[in-house]
Design a protein around this ligand. Structure first.
Ligand code: KIV
Length: 265
Protein backbone atom coordinates (compact mmCIF):
# COMPACT_ATOMS: atom_id res chain seq x y z
CA UNK A 1 0.00 0.00 0.00
CA UNK A 2 1.21 3.54 -0.84
CA UNK A 3 2.55 5.82 1.87
CA UNK A 4 -0.25 8.17 2.91
CA UNK A 5 0.66 11.80 2.27
CA UNK A 6 -1.17 15.11 2.51
CA UNK A 7 -2.03 15.12 -1.25
CA UNK A 8 -3.10 11.46 -1.10
CA UNK A 9 -5.53 12.23 1.71
CA UNK A 10 -7.22 14.90 -0.43
CA UNK A 11 -7.33 12.45 -3.33
CA UNK A 12 -9.04 9.90 -1.08
CA UNK A 13 -11.89 12.35 -0.54
CA UNK A 14 -12.19 13.02 -4.26
CA UNK A 15 -12.37 9.26 -4.90
CA UNK A 16 -14.90 8.69 -2.10
CA UNK A 17 -12.45 6.49 -0.18
CA UNK A 18 -13.06 6.61 3.58
CA UNK A 19 -10.11 7.65 5.77
CA UNK A 20 -9.27 5.49 8.78
CA UNK A 21 -7.53 7.40 11.57
CA UNK A 22 -6.55 6.48 15.14
CA UNK A 23 -4.41 8.02 17.83
CA UNK A 24 -1.14 6.44 18.91
CA UNK A 25 1.40 7.41 21.53
CA UNK A 26 4.02 4.63 21.48
CA UNK A 27 6.18 2.50 19.17
CA UNK A 28 4.56 -0.93 19.45
CA UNK A 29 0.99 0.33 19.01
CA UNK A 30 2.10 2.38 16.01
CA UNK A 31 3.57 -0.73 14.38
CA UNK A 32 0.31 -2.60 14.95
CA UNK A 33 -1.71 0.25 13.45
CA UNK A 34 0.53 0.22 10.37
CA UNK A 35 0.19 -3.54 10.02
CA UNK A 36 -3.59 -3.06 10.23
CA UNK A 37 -3.80 -0.49 7.42
CA UNK A 38 -4.59 2.70 9.34
CA UNK A 39 -4.29 5.77 7.05
CA UNK A 40 -3.67 8.54 9.58
CA UNK A 41 -1.98 8.27 12.96
CA UNK A 42 -2.57 11.17 15.29
CA UNK A 43 -0.27 11.76 18.22
CA UNK A 44 -3.16 13.46 19.99
CA UNK A 45 -2.89 15.64 23.05
CA UNK A 46 -5.45 13.16 24.41
CA UNK A 47 -2.08 11.70 25.49
CA UNK A 48 -2.53 13.81 28.62
CA UNK A 49 -5.76 12.07 29.60
CA UNK A 50 -5.18 8.50 28.42
CA UNK A 51 -1.46 8.06 29.15
CA UNK A 52 -0.29 10.80 31.51
CA UNK A 53 -3.21 10.73 33.97
CA UNK A 54 -4.35 14.36 33.63
CA UNK A 55 -8.05 15.23 33.78
CA UNK A 56 -7.86 17.35 30.59
CA UNK A 57 -5.50 17.95 27.67
CA UNK A 58 -4.49 21.37 29.00
CA UNK A 59 -1.33 20.40 30.98
CA UNK A 60 0.29 18.65 27.98
CA UNK A 61 3.53 20.36 26.91
CA UNK A 62 5.47 20.72 23.67
CA UNK A 63 8.14 18.47 25.21
CA UNK A 64 5.53 15.74 25.89
CA UNK A 65 4.34 15.90 22.29
CA UNK A 66 7.85 15.95 20.83
CA UNK A 67 8.88 12.95 22.96
CA UNK A 68 5.86 10.86 21.91
CA UNK A 69 6.07 11.98 18.27
CA UNK A 70 9.66 10.72 18.09
CA UNK A 71 8.59 7.34 19.49
CA UNK A 72 5.60 7.03 17.16
CA UNK A 73 7.65 8.12 14.13
CA UNK A 74 10.08 5.26 14.77
CA UNK A 75 7.21 2.77 14.52
CA UNK A 76 5.46 4.39 11.57
CA UNK A 77 5.93 3.41 7.95
CA UNK A 78 2.78 4.00 5.89
CA UNK A 79 0.33 6.21 7.79
CA UNK A 80 0.34 10.00 7.61
CA UNK A 81 1.72 11.10 10.98
CA UNK A 82 -0.03 14.13 12.47
CA UNK A 83 0.84 15.64 15.85
CA UNK A 84 -1.38 17.84 17.99
CA UNK A 85 -0.06 21.24 18.95
CA UNK A 86 -0.75 21.31 22.70
CA UNK A 87 -2.48 24.11 24.58
CA UNK A 88 -0.38 27.32 24.70
CA UNK A 89 2.11 26.12 22.12
CA UNK A 90 0.53 28.29 19.40
CA UNK A 91 -2.01 30.69 20.91
CA UNK A 92 0.30 33.33 22.41
CA UNK A 93 2.34 34.35 19.36
CA UNK A 94 3.12 33.48 15.77
CA UNK A 95 6.69 32.83 16.79
CA UNK A 96 5.58 30.31 19.43
CA UNK A 97 3.38 28.60 16.84
CA UNK A 98 6.11 28.27 14.23
CA UNK A 99 8.78 27.18 16.72
CA UNK A 100 6.46 24.59 18.33
CA UNK A 101 5.26 23.33 14.95
CA UNK A 102 8.85 23.09 13.73
CA UNK A 103 9.75 20.96 16.75
CA UNK A 104 6.94 18.52 15.90
CA UNK A 105 8.17 18.23 12.30
CA UNK A 106 11.77 17.74 13.42
CA UNK A 107 10.51 14.98 15.75
CA UNK A 108 8.98 13.15 12.77
CA UNK A 109 5.45 14.56 12.35
CA UNK A 110 4.35 15.16 8.77
CA UNK A 111 1.68 17.67 9.75
CA UNK A 112 0.30 19.34 12.87
CA UNK A 113 -3.25 19.77 14.13
CA UNK A 114 -4.50 22.93 15.78
CA UNK A 115 -7.89 23.64 17.31
CA UNK A 116 -10.08 26.59 16.32
CA UNK A 117 -11.63 28.47 13.41
CA UNK A 118 -11.11 31.85 11.76
CA UNK A 119 -9.49 33.26 14.92
CA UNK A 120 -6.54 30.98 14.05
CA UNK A 121 -6.05 32.43 10.53
CA UNK A 122 -2.75 34.20 11.20
CA UNK A 123 -1.35 31.17 13.02
CA UNK A 124 -2.32 28.80 10.21
CA UNK A 125 -0.75 31.11 7.63
CA UNK A 126 2.46 31.38 9.65
CA UNK A 127 2.71 27.59 9.97
CA UNK A 128 2.17 27.17 6.26
CA UNK A 129 4.81 29.79 5.44
CA UNK A 130 7.14 27.55 7.47
CA UNK A 131 6.04 24.64 5.23
CA UNK A 132 4.14 22.87 7.99
CA UNK A 133 0.90 21.26 6.76
CA UNK A 134 -2.02 22.01 9.09
CA UNK A 135 -5.01 19.88 10.00
CA UNK A 136 -7.93 21.82 11.52
CA UNK A 137 -10.18 20.82 14.41
CA UNK A 138 -13.68 22.28 14.97
CA UNK A 139 -16.67 21.50 17.17
CA UNK A 140 -15.95 20.21 20.65
CA UNK A 141 -12.32 21.32 20.80
CA UNK A 142 -10.99 19.97 24.12
CA UNK A 143 -8.53 22.85 24.66
CA UNK A 144 -11.61 25.13 24.99
CA UNK A 145 -13.24 22.94 27.64
CA UNK A 146 -13.50 25.79 30.16
CA UNK A 147 -15.06 28.13 27.58
CA UNK A 148 -17.66 25.45 26.77
CA UNK A 149 -18.28 24.64 30.45
CA UNK A 150 -17.58 20.92 29.91
CA UNK A 151 -17.32 18.36 27.11
CA UNK A 152 -20.57 19.03 25.23
CA UNK A 153 -21.90 18.57 21.72
CA UNK A 154 -21.33 21.78 19.74
CA UNK A 155 -23.34 23.25 16.87
CA UNK A 156 -26.87 22.50 18.04
CA UNK A 157 -28.15 26.10 17.86
CA UNK A 158 -28.68 27.93 14.61
CA UNK A 159 -25.96 30.56 15.19
CA UNK A 160 -23.41 27.94 16.26
CA UNK A 161 -24.20 25.84 13.15
CA UNK A 162 -23.66 28.87 10.94
CA UNK A 163 -20.37 29.68 12.64
CA UNK A 164 -19.08 26.12 12.34
CA UNK A 165 -19.92 25.99 8.64
CA UNK A 166 -18.27 29.33 7.94
CA UNK A 167 -15.22 28.35 10.04
CA UNK A 168 -14.89 25.13 8.03
CA UNK A 169 -14.99 27.08 4.75
CA UNK A 170 -12.49 29.61 6.09
CA UNK A 171 -10.07 26.84 7.13
CA UNK A 172 -10.33 25.32 3.67
CA UNK A 173 -9.56 28.72 2.08
CA UNK A 174 -6.55 29.10 4.39
CA UNK A 175 -5.10 25.86 3.04
CA UNK A 176 -5.80 23.45 5.89
CA UNK A 177 -5.56 19.97 4.33
CA UNK A 178 -8.12 18.12 6.46
CA UNK A 179 -10.55 18.93 9.23
CA UNK A 180 -11.44 17.03 12.40
CA UNK A 181 -15.08 17.54 13.43
CA UNK A 182 -15.61 16.54 17.04
CA UNK A 183 -18.99 16.07 18.71
CA UNK A 184 -21.23 17.88 16.27
CA UNK A 185 -24.69 16.76 15.11
CA UNK A 186 -24.42 14.40 12.16
CA UNK A 187 -26.56 16.51 9.81
CA UNK A 188 -24.23 19.48 10.36
CA UNK A 189 -21.18 17.26 9.77
CA UNK A 190 -22.76 16.09 6.50
CA UNK A 191 -23.44 19.70 5.44
CA UNK A 192 -19.84 20.71 6.19
CA UNK A 193 -18.44 17.61 4.45
CA UNK A 194 -20.41 18.42 1.31
CA UNK A 195 -19.53 22.12 1.42
CA UNK A 196 -15.74 21.76 1.45
CA UNK A 197 -13.25 19.95 -0.79
CA UNK A 198 -10.85 18.93 2.00
CA UNK A 199 -11.58 15.70 3.92
CA UNK A 200 -13.52 15.84 7.18
CA UNK A 201 -12.53 13.33 9.85
CA UNK A 202 -15.27 12.81 12.40
CA UNK A 203 -15.22 11.83 16.04
CA UNK A 204 -18.74 11.87 17.44
CA UNK A 205 -19.86 13.53 14.20
CA UNK A 206 -21.83 10.72 12.56
CA UNK A 207 -21.28 8.60 9.45
CA UNK A 208 -21.20 11.25 6.71
CA UNK A 209 -17.65 12.50 7.31
CA UNK A 210 -14.90 11.50 4.87
CA UNK A 211 -13.13 9.57 7.62
CA UNK A 212 -13.29 8.66 11.27
CA UNK A 213 -10.85 8.97 14.16
CA UNK A 214 -11.00 7.49 17.66
CA UNK A 215 -8.65 7.42 20.62
CA UNK A 216 -7.02 3.97 20.47
CA UNK A 217 -7.26 3.36 24.23
CA UNK A 218 -11.02 4.04 24.12
CA UNK A 219 -11.84 1.72 21.22
CA UNK A 220 -9.79 -1.27 22.40
CA UNK A 221 -11.07 -1.10 25.98
CA UNK A 222 -8.03 0.23 27.84
CA UNK A 223 -9.79 3.40 29.00
CA UNK A 224 -12.00 2.73 32.03
CA UNK A 225 -15.68 3.59 31.60
CA UNK A 226 -17.65 5.79 31.35
CA UNK A 227 -16.81 6.45 27.71
CA UNK A 228 -18.45 9.02 25.45
CA UNK A 229 -21.49 7.78 23.47
CA UNK A 230 -19.56 8.01 20.17
CA UNK A 231 -16.97 5.38 21.18
CA UNK A 232 -17.58 1.86 19.86
CA UNK A 233 -15.77 -0.89 21.78
CA UNK A 234 -13.83 -3.25 19.51
CA UNK A 235 -11.89 -5.13 22.19
CA UNK A 236 -11.70 -5.64 25.97
CA UNK A 237 -7.99 -5.18 26.55
CA UNK A 238 -8.35 -4.23 30.24
CA UNK A 239 -9.98 -7.60 30.93
CA UNK A 240 -7.36 -9.41 28.84
CA UNK A 241 -4.50 -7.76 30.73
CA UNK A 242 -6.12 -8.29 34.13
CA UNK A 243 -6.76 -11.99 33.56
CA UNK A 244 -3.25 -12.56 32.12
CA UNK A 245 -1.63 -10.81 35.08
CA UNK A 246 -3.81 -12.71 37.59
CA UNK A 247 -2.89 -16.02 35.93
CA UNK A 248 0.81 -15.09 36.06
CA UNK A 249 0.46 -14.12 39.75
CA UNK A 250 -1.21 -17.49 40.51
CA UNK A 251 1.57 -19.40 38.73
CA UNK A 252 4.33 -17.50 40.54
CA UNK A 253 2.69 -17.96 43.95
CA UNK A 254 2.09 -21.69 43.35
CA UNK A 255 5.60 -22.19 41.94
CA UNK A 256 4.25 -23.47 38.61
CA UNK A 257 6.07 -20.71 36.70
CA UNK A 258 8.78 -20.94 35.55
CA UNK A 259 8.58 -24.64 34.70
CA UNK A 260 11.14 -26.70 32.77
CA UNK A 261 9.98 -25.31 29.42
CA UNK A 262 10.78 -21.77 30.51
CA UNK A 263 14.10 -22.50 32.23
CA UNK A 264 17.68 -23.19 31.04
CA UNK A 265 19.69 -26.34 31.74
O1 KIV B 1 -6.20 14.59 21.03
C1 KIV B 1 -6.80 13.80 20.30
O2 KIV B 1 -6.67 12.58 20.42
C2 KIV B 1 -7.70 14.35 19.28
C3 KIV B 1 -8.60 13.41 18.54
C4 KIV B 1 -9.51 12.71 19.43
C5 KIV B 1 -9.28 14.06 17.43
O3 KIV B 1 -7.68 15.51 19.04
Amino acid sequence: MDKVTVPLLKQMKRQGQKIVALTSYDYSTTRLLNESGVDVILVGDSLGMVKLGYSSTLPVTVEDMVYHTRIVARGNSRALLVTDMPYMSYQASLEDAVRSGGKMIKAGAEAVKIEGGTEMSRIIRALMVAKIPVMGHLGMTPQSVHMFGGYRVQGRERAARKNLLSDAKALERLGVFALVLECVPMDLARKITRAISIPTIGIGAGPHCDGQVLVIDDMIGITAPPLPRFVKSYARVRETIRSAVRAYGRDVRRGTFPDDAHSYR
